[in-house]
Design a protein around this ligand. Structure first.
Ligand SMILES: Nc1ncnc2c1ncn2[C@@H]1O[C@H](COP(=O)(O)OP(=O)(O)OP(=O)(O)O)[C@@H](O)[C@H]1O
Ligand SMILES: Nc1ccn([C@@H]2O[C@H](COP(=O)(O)O)[C@@H](O)[C@H]2O)c(=O)n1
Length: 228
C-alpha cells in the first residue's frame, strides 16, 4: 500500500470443541492488533434466545420461523469480547449447560446459519486491520477466501482434561463423551458441517502448550503477510 499500512488480514481458525480455538484466536488477535470474532458465541446466543422464548428445540421448522427475530451484537475487541441479544448481555448465560446441550440442534437449522453467516461476513469485512474468526465452518463456508486458514485438533483425552479443568469438573469421562457427542452432531449436519478446508494448515495441539500454539499461529500469519 502507498502509505505503508498493512493490508487487513483475515484469519480463519476452525476445529472441534476444546482444541483451543478461543484461547488461541483471542491471543493471536491481541498480539497482532486484529479484531476477534467468536462465532460459537453467536450460535450460543441465538440458542439462548430460543430457550428463553420457549421455542421447541426439537422442531427445526419452529426455529427457522423465528431465526430472524433476535438482534445479536458481537463486540470484536480481543481484550474484551462481548455479546448481546436484544441489548441484554448474555456472555454468562450462553455458557450454561442447557445452552451447551442444545446449541448443536439450533446451529444445524439452515435459516439460523444463513442469518449468523451474514453477520459474520459483515463483521469480517468491516474490520479495519483484519480479524481472527474462530468456529467450525469459517474456512470452508463463511470466509473461503481467508488469507490464512488453521484447523486445530487435539486428542479427545486432552480436550476433555482441558475442559474439565476449566469447568472444575472431576468427571473427565462424562466431559469426554459430551465433547464427542457435540462434535459428531456438528460434523454430520447437512449445512456447513464442522470440516477442515482443503487449504487449511492443521495443527495438532495435543502435546503443545497454549503458548506454543499461539506462537505457531502468529508465525503463520506473519509468514502470510510477508508473502512466504
Ligand atoms: N494447548 C493447550 N494446552 C492446554 N490447555 C489448553 C490449550 N489450548 C487451550 N487450552 C485450555 O483448554 C480449554 C478450552 O480451550 P478453548 O475454549 O480455547 O477451546 P475451543 O476450541 O474454543 O472450545 P469450544 O469450541 O468448545 O468453545 C481452556 O481452558 C483453555 O485454557
Ligand atoms: N462456526 C460455528 C461455530 C459454532 N457452531 C456451533 O456452536 C456451538 C458452540 O460453539 P463453541 O465454540 O462455543 O463451543 C458448536 O457446538 C456448534 O454447534 C457452529 O455451528 N459453527
Amino acid at each position: 500500500m502507498e502509505n505503508g499500512a498493512a493490508q487487513p488480514v483475515i484469519v480463519a481458525i476452525d476445529g472441534p470443541s476444546g482444541t483451543g480455538k478461543s484461547s488461541t484466536s483471542k491471543a493471536v488477535a491481541a498480539q497482532l492488533g486484529l479484531s476477534y470474532l467468536d462465532t460459537g458465541a453467536q450460535y450460543r446466543a441465538i440458542t439462548w434466545w430460543m430457550v428463553t422464548n420457549g421455542i421447541d428445540i426439537d422442531d427445526p421448522t419452529a426455529i427457522a420461523a423465528v431465526a430472524g427475530k433476535p438482534e445479536i451484537v458481537s463486540g470484536t475487541d480481543p481484550e474484551n469480547p462481548t455479546i448481546t441479544v436484544d441489548g441484554t448481555d448474555v456472555a454468562g448465560p450462553i455458557r450454561s449447560q442447557e445452552v451447551t446441550s442444545k446449541v448443536s440442534a439450533v446451529s444445524a437449522v439452515p435459516e439460523v446459519r444463513a442469518r449468523i453467516t451474514e453477520l459474520q461476513r459483515s463483521l469480517a469485512t468491516s474490520a479495519e486491520k483484519g480479524i481472527v474468526v474462530e468456529g467450525r465452518d469459517i474456512g470452508t463456508t463463511v470466509l473461503p477466501d481467508a488469507d490464512l486458514k488453521v484447523f486445530l485438533t487435539a486428542s479427545p483425552e486432552a480436550r476433555a482434561a482441558r475442559r474439565s479443568g476449566e469447568l472444575k469438573s472431576t468427571d473427565v469421562q462424562a466431559t469426554r463423551e459430551a465433547l464427542i457427542k457435540r462434535d459428531a452432531a456438528d460434523s454430520s449436519r447437512k449445512t456447513s458441517p464442522l470440516a477442515k478446508a482443503d487449504d487449511a494448515v492443521e495443527v495438532d495441539t495435543t502435546e503443545l502448550t497454549l503458548a506454543q500454539v499461539i506462537e505457531c499461529v502468529v508465525t503463520l500469519v506473519e509468514e502470510k503477510r510477508a508473502g512466504k
